[in-house]
Design a protein around this ligand. Structure first.
Ligand code: ADP
Ligand code: ASP
Ligand code: MG
Length: 613
């Protein structure tokens, strides 16, 4: 007999018939001899409807009242599902977040779970009841019972957190697609089902726009080693398994706010090549990285900064022993790349730097916690270490620093984040074959597992930031204080001298909903911090590819850029981490860009995925 947590999303409980179908499935699982906790979302688009009501009354509704409102949706569906089970003769009881003791932070509308008291659920299970729990909600304290919600899509997180607290054998997420697909089937119609994916890959995909799983649910599954499966509530097919390696045991206290950083990693075998003032037009990145791939040169970090006028800067890192080759490639194609540029006043040029090192903080606990990256920058600044390149992913922040600074950087970061070891960053060590499931890997890891599109981001650029240690720290602290999560931070390679002082630009992306607040906060601090204009562009799309197999697999970036170039899509920003590459393109090209890269990596298949209306 197993203890199973099942979660059913909005579409799966969208009508009376659907609720009855879910009840039948639940009954089947109970009859097979399992104890069952069922988490449900609000019916259909109920939550969207509630948000609309609030917005009709206030442009900036009070967040506590928002939680009071939004949490009602789930209360409807738990009661109805419980009744449907009782109609089938199955004892069941519905419980709210408060009733099962899901205690969260006080951060209304985006609260993290602190702890769950399993006693009451256990009592009902022992009495032979199915326990139906309202997803997405909790309470800020057991004294005043203030209702909180976890953020949109948060029922997945409720389910996995309950599975962790109850030490369940399995957590199943039932939704309206057959599992995790290579792309959103609503956008890419030949997207294919994958039978498994590592939690690292899924974390990236989820946070880059694949809303099939809430990223925090993946984080909890990864931290606590929960067996997680995503499958359709319309069919009996096995769906997709999300694989996590067996984690270190960790306490359930502080469930979602445990230590944000698990490791400080470093790589001293890196060298940097920067191309300054290359033309801002489709095909440039494709050409450059295509040539590098042809020479079998493995590129690690790539960043392309915002353009100023009609030129861009692109910088990338390679291993030290391939620097000369990489530099030669860059120098050889520079004239061809720059052909047709009107101004020869500031011609394109290549810069190389062999004396660099990469330091990285890694940990799933940094998701949605903007303060963590800021803390890294602050720590480096306090040690007087200048940051040359920044690259971020949802679970990693990497900084390129001078080689002479790297041992100090490691020491100070380990101290700040209270991690003792600093394992050398060895990509490719994560083998899904020796996962908790014990199953051997079914095939070599594909270089690209899936693609994702995010249309809800905005791009911000800050011009002419004084180039000295501590500036990135202060800027991102400022945003962290406003609780604004920043993605794709890119610092320009090019310096500009203004009144005798060297300056650089920094560009980054934030959620569109945060863009205004970010601009206001930055503009307010401009006089004190001494930078120039703050520019906002909400008309962007971020397209990303994710896959463990891209580590040490040259040519993946080139193939992505080439595909975009063939469609004449201009790349505005590029940011990479070990297992993902993201490009910012203009919003109206987002869908085409996604379909193009999906096809370029041969992710399409024959099977047509049906999505229920
Ligand atoms: P639920 O209400 O069950 O939580 P969601 O709407 O939150 O469902 O998530 C399921 C939806 O996620 C799918 O209908 C699909 O459109 C979308 N989606 C986006 N990316 C992917 C992907 N890579 N695989 C599967 N579904 C995806
Ligand atoms: N009902 C909530 C929402 O629509 C939570 C969820 O469905 O996961 O965001
Ligand atoms: Mg969802």
């Amino acid at each position: 007999m197993a203890l199973i947590v099942q979660k059913y999303g909005g579409t799966s409980v969208g009508s009376v018939e659907r609720i009855q179908a879910v009840a039948a499935r639940v009954l089947q699982t109970v009859k097979a001899g399992n104890d069952l906790v069922v988490v449900v979302s609000a019916m259909g688009k109920t939550t969207d409807g509630l948000v609309k009501l609030a917005n009709a009354i206030s442009t900036n509704p009070n967040r506590r009242e928002m939680d009071m409102l939004l949490s009602t949706g789930e209360q409807v569906s738990i009661a109805l599902l419980s009744m449907a089970l009782q109609e089938l003769g199955q004892p069941a009881i519905s419980l709210t977040g408060a009733q099962v003791g899901i205690v969260t932070e006080t951060e209304h509308t985006r609260a993290r779970i602190l702890k769950i008291d399993p006693d009451r659920i256990q009592r009902h299970l022992n009495a032979g009841q199915v326990v139906v729990v309202a997803g997405f909600q909790g309470i800020a304290s057991t004294d005043d019972l203030e209702i909180t919600t976890l953020g949109r899509g948060g029922s997945d997180t409720s389910a996995v957190a309950l599975a962790a607290a109850l030490q369940a054998d399995l957590c199943e997420i039932y939704t309206d697609v057959p599992g995790i697909l290579t792309a959103d089937p609503r956008i890419v119609e030949d997207a294919q089902l994958m039978s498994e994916i590592t939690s690292d890959e899924m974390l990236e995909l989820a946070s880059l726009g694949a809303k099939v799983l809430h990223p925090r649910a993946v984080e909890i599954a990864r931290n606590y080693g929960i067996t997680l499966v995503v499958r359709s509530s319309w069919a009996d097919d096995p769906g997709t398994r999300v694989l996590s390696s067996t984690p270190q045991p960790r306490p359930l206290e502080g469930l979602e706010i445990a230590r944000p950083v698990d490791a400080v990693e470093f790589d001293t075998d890196q060298a940097k090549v920067a191309l300054l003032r290359v033309p801002d037009r489709p095909g440039v990145a494709a050409r450059l990285f295509g040539e590098l791939a042809q020479q079998q040169l493995d590129v690690d970090l790539i960043i392309q900064s915002i353009h100023e006028g009609n030129t861009n800067d692109i910088a990338f890192t390679v291993t030290k022993n391939t620097l000369n080759q990489a530099e030669a490639v860059a120098a050889a194609i520079l004239p061809a790349l720059s052909a047709g540029l009107e101004s020869n006043l500031n011609p394109a040029e290549t810069l190389v730097d062999r004396e660099i090192a990469k330091v990285t903080i890694a940990g799933a606990g940094m998701i949605g916690r903007p303060g963590v990256a800021a803390q890294m920058f602050t720590t480096l600044a306090a040690a007087g270490i200048n940051i040359q390149m920044i690259s971020t992913s949802e679970v990693k922040v990497s900084c390129v620093v001078a080689a002479t600074d790297y041992d100090r950087a490691i020491a100070t970061l380990c101290e700040t984040f209270e991690v003792t070891s600093s394992p050398r960053n060895e990509p490719g060590t994560m083998d899904p074959g020796d996962q908790a499931t014990g199953s051997p890997p079914s095939a070599p890891l594909p270089p690209v597992r899936g693609v994702a599109l995010d249309l809800n981001q905005a791009k911000l650029a800050i011009r002419e930031i004084p180039d000295r240690p501590g500036m990135a720290a202060r800027i991102f602290q400022l945003l962290a204080r406003e609780n604004i999560s920043v993605d794709m931070i890119i610092q320009s390679q090019r310096c500009r001298v203004i009144q005798g002082a060297t300056t650089r630009d920094i560009a980054f992306t934030v959620a569109q909903a945060d863009a205004d607040a970010a601009r206001k906060a930055l503009e307010k601090a401009a006089p004190e911090l001494g930078y120039g204009q703050v520019e906002v562009d909400p008309e962007i799309a971020k397209v990303s590819i994710v896959g463990m197999g891209m580590i040490e697999n040259p040519g993946i970036a080139a193939r992505m850029f080439e595909a975009l170039s063939l469609q004449q899509i201009n790349i505005q920003m590029i940011a990479t981490s070990e297992i993902k590459i993201s490009c910012v393109v203009s919003q109206d090209e987002g869908v085409t860009a996604l379909r193009t890269i999906h096809a370029a990596f041969n992710l399409a298949g024959q099977e047509r995925i049906q999505v229920p209306a």
